[in-house]
Design a protein around this ligand. Structure first.
Ligand SMILES: [Zn+2]
Length: 166
């Protein structure tokens, strides 16, 4: 979903068809239908279905609060705490998944559960002020599955410097 849902444009005192609601908040009609299935109150005993603006606003506020918040640099979504958390001791481990993306792994600073998130390789440099990155930051390392992270780690000081300069 490239569009960002926004409840701000919804008028509380008017009713919306699925089509209108989708357009107003910036989601697909399919999304609005799935919201109705998830409990968004709608007048479904008539066609077209009508959704009261106020109900739509409330539903979006609620689901937004339940949904995971966008993560900042240096943050992981902890599945145990169910909130974004910082990495324990600021230590993260990076493993490349492709030439452009990789997986960052860390322990939750609060519960010490394992947290993961996928990041773009080029964004790693933004992490260096917040975290110590271990593992392979070599974009090409993924092409060689026999290269273990431990081996790469031993030569990473130079790569650290490289990232910080970038
Ligand atoms: Zn946690």
């Amino acid at each position: 979903m490239a569009l960002r849902a926004s409840a701000a444009r919804v008028k509380s005192n008017r009713s919306y068809t699925i089509e209108e609601a989708a357009e107003t908040v910036g989601v697909t009609q399919q999304t609005v239908r799935s919201w109705i299935k998830q409990g968004l109150p709608a007048m479904t005993d008539q066609r077209p279905f009508l959704i009261i603006g106020l109900a739509l606003k409330d539903f979006m506020k609620e689901t937004h609060q339940k949904r995971k918040q966008p993560l900042s640099i240096g943050e992981f979504f902890c599945v145990r705490c169910k909130v974004p958390r910082k990495a324990a001791a600021g230590m993260v481990f990076y493993s490349p998944l492709s030439g452009s993306h990789g997986r960052l792994e860390a322990l939750c600073a609060v519960c010490e559960g394992v947290c993961q998130r996928t990041v773009r390789a080029e964004d790693l440099r933004h992490w260096t002020p917040f975290c110590r990155i271990d593992g392979s930051t070599d974009r090409n390392a993924y092409r060689n599955p026999s290269t273990s992270p431990e081996i790469i780690t031993s030569g990473q000081e130079g790569r650290h410097a490289e990232i910080q300069r970038g």
